[in-house]
Design a protein around this ligand. Structure first.
Ligand code: 13P
Length: 255
C-alpha cells in the first residue's frame, strides 16, 4: 500500500506571528526541492491568519490547527470553530492531543464530537492516541490504544476514515527526549491498523496514515519513517527551527 507520508509540525504554545514569518522564510527554501511528502504546519491560532496569507494556498505546505471546538458557533468563550478555520484555508486539525486530554480533561467522547464536527466541515482530523508510561509498564498499551480509538472514532464511517490521520504518540516519549524504539513504534502502529480494520474494514485501514509522535528528531526520523506502518511524524520541539524540521520532512521522501 502506497501511503504518502505526512510530516506535521505541532508548535504547541510557541511562535509569535513575527517568529512564524521568520520561520517560513527560511523553511520554504529548505523544502523547495522536496517532493512526495505532505508537509503540515499547525501554529497557534494567533499565527494562522498570517501563515495562511503567506502560504497562499500552497500545495506543498498545508495549514493545520492544534484544536477546535465541537460546537458550531455561539456562546463558547475562548473557543474556535471549524468554520473560522476553514475561512483561513486550514486543512488539518489535531484532535485529542495528550496535552489536551491530560491538562484540559478532554475525553474520548469529546474528541469524538470534535472529529464529527471536523469531518462535517471538511477538515481532516489528526486524531492522537497513546499510552502513559504507567500503562505501558503494566502491559496495557494495546488495550488503552483500542479504547481510545473506539471512543474517539465512534460512528466514523469507512468513507470518512479516508480523511482521518491517526497520530500514535506514547505520552512517555513526548518532550522527554525518550523516543519509542522503531520496533515499539512499529508494533503499536500495526496494532492501531488492526483496530482500524475492525472499526471499518481491512482495505480502508490499509489506506489510513498513522503518524508517530514523541521526540522525533533528525537523528531518528529516518529509521522511524522506514517502518512499514509508520506513515509520517507529528513533531513538537524539533519543528520549532526550520533546519531540523526540514531534515525530518526529507526523511519522509519516498526512496
Ligand atoms: P515532541 O516532539 O516535542 O516530543 O512533541 C511531540 C508531540 O507532542 C507532537 O504533537
Amino acid at each position: 500500500m502506497n501511503r504518502k507520508k505526512i510530516v506535521a509540525a505541532n508548535w504547541k504554545m510557541n511562535m509569535t506571528v513575527a517568529e512564524t514569518v521568520g520561520f517560513l522564510e527560511n523553511f520554504r527554501s529548505l523544502v523547495d526541492e522536496v517532493n512526495g511528502v505532505e508537509i503540515v504546519i499547525a501554529p497557534p491560532f494567533t499565527a494562522i491568519a498570517k501563515l495562511s496569507e503567506l502560504l497562499g494556498g500552497s500545495q506543498k505546505i498545508r495549514l493545520g490547527a492544534q484544536n477546535m471546538s465541537n460546537e458550531k458557533s455561539g456562546a463558547f468563550t475562548g473557543e474556535i470553530s471549524a468554520t473560522m478555520l476553514r475561512e483561513l484555508f486550514v486543512r488539518y486539525v489535531i484532535l485529542g492531543h495528550s496535552e489536551r486530554r491530560q491538562i484540559f480533561g478532554e475525553s474520548d467522547v469529546l474528541v469524538n464530537k470534535k472529529v464529527h464536527t471536523a469531518l462535517a466541515s471538511g477538515l481532516k482530523p489528526i486524531v492522537c492516541v497513546g499510552e502513559t508510561l504507567e500503562e505501558r509498564d503494566a502491559g496495557r498499551e494495546n488495550e488503552v490504544l483500542e479504547a481510545q480509538l473506539r471512543g474517539s472514532l465512534a460512528a466514523v464511517t469507512a468513507e470518512q476514515m479516508a480523511d482521518v490521520v491517526i497520530a500514535y504518540e506514547p505520552v512517555w516519549a513526548i518532550g522527554t527526549g525518550r523516543t519509542a524504539s522503531p520496533e515499539q513504534a512499529q508494533d503499536a502502529h500495526a496494532h492501531v491498523r488492526t483496530i482500524l480494520g475492525h472499526l471499518t474494514n481491512e482495505a480502508t485501514a490499509a489506506k489510513v496514515r498513522i503518524q508517530y509522535g514523541g521526540s522525533v528528531k533528525p537523528a531518528n526520523a529516518q529509521i522511524l519513517l522506514s517502518q512499514p506502518d509508520i506513515d509520517g511524524a507529528l513533531v513538537g520541539g524539533a519543528s520549532l527551527e526550520p533546519l531540523p524540521f526540514a531534515e525530518i520532512v526529507k526523511a519522509g521522501v519516498p526512496r
